[in-house]
Design a protein around this ligand. Structure first.
Ligand SMILES: *[C@@H]1O[C@H](CO)[C@@H](O)[C@H](O)[C@H]1NC(C)=O
Ligand SMILES: *[C@@H]1O[C@H](CO)[C@@H](O)[C@H](O)[C@H]1NC(C)=O
Ligand SMILES: *[C@@H]1O[C@H](CO)[C@@H](O)[C@H](O)[C@H]1NC(C)=O
Ligand SMILES: *[C@@H]1O[C@H](CO)[C@@H](O)[C@H](O)[C@H]1NC(C)=O
Ligand SMILES: *[C@@H]1O[C@H](CO)[C@@H](O)[C@H](O)[C@H]1NC(C)=O
Ligand SMILES: *[C@@H]1O[C@H](CO)[C@@H](O)[C@H](O)[C@H]1NC(C)=O
Length: 460
């Protein structure tokens, strides 16, 4: 429902919601406002380009605090870094897995369990494990550990029945890719039955034992260590030019010098919304529309575009007709989350990174640990009115707008999902401490309460 449609939603509690969010996100942001000064292992030396970049910024009389050269170069995806560093080591022949003996040999074995109503759930995800593309390999077999797909758990009893007798030295790992309200359609937010069932967790949250967000961002120079299907260079600008790292210098040059007519060609904001129940984002958008236009696609909007495209059962963002429309015709994309839960970020944001459009994010994730600064705008830091003013300003100042595309010359996004998640899992199974005694006694508390979802009763 854009414009007229959703204006029937009276934003009576808008102020309350924004206040709540500001307080809530304020705390989150303070905790994670540090972009860590990692000691780069020396693989990459950006200092030459950094100097250029600083000059360019000086020329542009940059005053925008969101955009700091050093934070761009220092950015490392905190969730992905552990796996990336294993790949780096592997590429250099430095990988030294602990000599731990597993149940039946040198490699850990893991059983992947899901209720049989999703019979082939694991097959596609397993391809990298089977082709030995993970940095540390493991086998799908019985079993040093068992992964239990939460969505495919009809009841705790079914799990026990299927997997008993339970071996106390074998961790049972809860896996979900979704936020609590969507993770299991039977339990929704009442997971008491799962108390004491799991020893470990595998999900997008930062405090999970194995972190598996929907995508990652990696320096172009590091991308070469990864399986080739994991990274696709993003489209760099509206001319659809493609570059590689060795061309950065030239690009930097033309970038500073090129004010293409972005502002004439493109409309301001687009968003795609299919779940019309999330009042937080609809209220924000509604209020924003008092100051600047937003075109809404999807169930809650007036516009439609094609269906998303899947190739070989894998979603290819570059082929998505909706995102192509967005990337060619709009400057900003409102990528507001459908679930405001701690650390939750959908694949939506990652999909957008392939296109020369700037995501405006709004959610409960710590975006600064997931995305380079200057690659997105965080709506929660602005009132709708301030945000409208900022976006309209950027529309009128293409050089300022283009600064939000600049990170693309140094980084690549990836939406690769299940394969990467299982590589994370295999790697973690080599850690001795993973097998230490640990029980999630109060699963609901850990999973639901700690996720602090706003609007947690929304049916998705
Ligand atoms: C990076 O390059 C600069 C300039 O070429 C040089 O001064 C600096 O020592 C290099 N740093 C590393 C870590 O190699
Ligand atoms: C990068 O592009 C340059 C110029 O087009 C080309 O010579 C070089 O081989 C490319 N490098 C890679 C790694 O693709
Ligand atoms: C960069 O630009 C120079 C001069 O135009 C050109 O000779 C060189 O091949 C370019 N390098 C790459 C990697 O495109
Ligand atoms: C910018 O463009 C002008 C003219 O088109 C050219 O003379 C100048 O060298 C360019 N500057 C850079 C940094 O590329
Ligand atoms: C500047 O951008 C235009 C299109 O917007 C492109 O055709 C042109 O090649 C670019 N110039 C440079 C020097 O990159
Ligand atoms: C896993 O949890 C079960 C049930 O609480 C417990 O009996 C078992 O010792 C735990 N195992 C590990 C490795 O933590």
């Amino acid at each position: 429902m854009s414009g007229g449609g959703h204006s029937s939603v009276k934003p009576k509690s808008l102020l309350a919601i924004i206040t709540t969010l500001t307080i809530y996100l304020g705390v989150t942001i303070n905790l994670f406002d540090i972009i860590k000064d990692h000691n780069d292992s020396g693989d990459t030396n950006y200092s030459y380009d950094l100097k250029r970049f600083n000059k360019m910024m000086a020329r542009a009389h940059n005053t925008n605090k969101e955009y700091k050269a050093d934070s761009i170069y220092q950015f490392k995806d905190e969730y992905f870094e552990p796996l990336l560093s294993l790949y780096r080591k592997k590429a250099k022949g430095l990988l030294d897995p602990t000599r731990k003996r597993f149940r039946s040999g040198e490699k850990p074995r893991v059983l992947l369990w899901s209720d049989p109503f999703i019979p082939n759930f694991w097959d596609a995800q397993l391809s990298h494990v089977q082709q030995d593309l993970c940095p540390l390999s493991c086998e799908r077999n019985t079993a040093d550990a068992i992964v239990i797909y939460l969505r495919g758990a009809r009841s705790a009893n079914v799990v026990y029945q299927n997997l008993s007798p339970r071996n106390p030295t074998q961790p049972w790992i809860m896996l979900t890719f979704e936020a609590p309200p969507r993770a299991n359609s039977i339990y929704k937010t009442n997971y008491r039955e799962f108390n004491g069932l799991f020893n470990r967790t595998m999900m997008y949250r930062y405090d999970a034992d194995i972190r598996v967000p929907h995508g990652f961002v990696v320096k172009r120079d590091d991308a070469m260590y990864l399986p080739s299907t994991w990274v696709v260079p993003p489209i760099l600008a509206d001319e659809h030019m493609d570059i590689n790292a060795s061309e950065i210098k030239n690009i930097t040059n033309s970038f500073t010098n090129n004010t293409s007519n972005i502002e004439k060609k493109r409309k301001l904001v687009v968003t795609f919304i299919s779940n019309c129940q999330s009042k937080i984002r609809l209220n924000y958008i509604h209020d924003f529309q008092q100051y600047a236009p937003v075109e809404v696609y999807g169930k809650c909007g007036e516009n439609i575009c094609g269906h998303s495209m899947y190739v070989d059962h894998r979603y290819i963002p570059m082929e998505d007709p909706c995102l192509k429309i967005a990337g060619e015709n709009y400057l900003f994309f409102f990528a507001f989350e459908n679930a405001f839960c701690t650390d939750y970020i959908t694949e939506k944001v990652y999909n957008l990174l392939y296109f020369p459009i700037v995501p405006v994010v709004f959610g409960s994730a710590k975006y600064s640990t997931l995305l380079p600064s200057g690659s997105y705008i965080d709506a929660s830091k602005y009132t709708p009115r301030e945000l409208a003013r900022k976006l309209l300003y950027l529309q009128k100042h293409p050089m300022e707008y283009k600064k939000y595309l600049f990170w693309r010359y140094y980084y690549q996004p990836s939406t690769i999902g299940g394969e990467r998640s299982l590589c994370h899992l295999c790697a973690r199974l080599y850690d001795e401490d993973f097998y230490e005694y640990n029980v999630i006694e109060d699963f609901r508390s850990w999973f639901v309460i700690k996720s602090m979802c706003l609007e947690e009763n929304i049916a998705f």
